[in-house]
Design a binder for this molecule. Structure first.
Ligand code: KG4
Ligand code: ZN
Length: 334
């Protein structure tokens, strides 16, 4: 089979990213323009601003991605873009841009589910990785555990019933006056804290589900901080971050362990923004001695175009191109 070059666009949240990837595995370029500094002053992503910034950036990011990959638009075989889930206005910029390019250049177009992109990020990093494996997707918008039976064939095992883990890291950080995105700041403060200092409760369900829940721990950390503030007790941010981080990771480990007992398997890929957390990585590596654990590099953990190209490649081989009638979907299910 001839080589296939995929040009992929990711604009679902606050990163404008365009990549060129060969055969779903080899990154020729992966340009990421983050808007974090712009949204920082608002304490989170402002959807309207995100869309406008994507529009301003997308031509430049495309130019940079092609230049670094040393290819021209005519060399591209397939044009891909995230169609959801994400912010509607932000998604629209990337998806419509991709359709326009595809139409103008007479190249095939394909829409990609953002979560499938995160799952595929491990293919870029670990060239020999093949399904089946279990995947834990932990990001600002998602907390999902699933079996990847084959390329594009998924069996969902569990997901959060309320907040996503990254969202809660961001909310706790905000309450502590730490800047957005909160995850890396929580991790930084936690290094100097005692993880056993404060007992935050773990969520439990009555049934035998493996689903996650992060709203309980969120409320209890926020209540703890409010309580300290009311009583004029000085906050020990390091202890709060360390204790919160430990309990959050404990909850993931407990359910993943149950999932392996229930479904079997030998490989676990942990992906999404929260998977760049070193404490979490080390906890999983030291706990699951008999399971091979894979992480993408940090750049591929958070949102990026290359992961979309990898997912696009395997989806195209299986199901072919998408129709131009494909629209964005903020909450498309996985
Ligand atoms: O995958 P991603 O870039 O976007 C979504 O699809 O949501 O993930 C962003 C999330 C944010 O909530 C951010 O706080 C979190 O990933 N994050 C982290 C760390 N780095 C990023 N959470 C914990 N520890 C980190 N080091
Ligand atoms: Zn993401």
């Amino acid at each position: 089979m001839n080589d296939m070059l995929v040009l992929s666009i990711e604009t679902s949240c606050d990163e404008t990213s365009i990549a060129v990837v060969k055969n779903g595995r080899d990154i020729l370029s992966n340009k990421i323009l983050s808007q974090i500094n712009i949204h920082n002053e608002f304490g989170g992503v402002v959807p309207e601003i995100a869309s406008r910034k994507h529009l301003e950036a997308i031509n430049i990011v495309l130019y940079e991605a092609l230049k670094e990959a040393n290819v021209e638009l005519n060399d591209i075989d397939l044009i891909a873009s995230t169609y959801g889930p994400g912010l509607v206005g932000a998604l629209l910029v990337g998806l419509q841009y991709a359709k326009g390019l595809s139409y103008a250049l007479n190249k095939d177009f394909i829409g990609v589910n953002h979560i499938e992109g995160h799952i595929s990020s491990c293919y870029l990093e670990h060239k020999d990785l093949e399904p089946p494996f279990m995947s834990l997707v932990i990001s600002g918008g998602h907390t999902i555990l699933l079996n990847v039976n084959d390329y594009g064939i998924y069996d969902k095992i569990a997901e959060t019933r309320d907040d996503a883990i990254g969202e809660v890291f961001d909310k706790v950080a905000r309450k502590l006056g730490l800047s957005y995105p909160g995850g890396p700041n929580i991790e930084r403060f936690a290094k100097f804290g005692d993880e056993d200092a404060i007992k935050f409760p773990k969520s439990r369900f009555e049934d035998d589900t493996l689903d996650f829940s992060y709203s309980g721990i969120k409320s209890s950390v926020l209540n703890y901080i409010n309580h300290c503030n009311l009583k004029d007790v000085e906050l020990n941010k390091e202890d709060i971050c360390a204790s919160f981080q430990k309990t959050s990771v404990d909850m993931l480990i407990e359910n993943v362990e149950k999932a392996f007992k229930r479904y079997g398997g030998k490989k676990l890929c942990i992906v999404g923004g929260v998977s760049s957390n070193n404490y979490l990585r080390n906890r999983f590596l030291s706990y699951f001695k008999d399971i091979e654990i894979y992480y993408p590099s940090k750049e591929l953990c958070t949102d990026n175009g290359a992961m979309i190209a990898s997912a696009a490649y395997y989806s195209f081989l299986k199901n072919g191109k998408s129709d131009y009638t494909l629209n964005v979907s903020s909450s498309v299910k996985f």
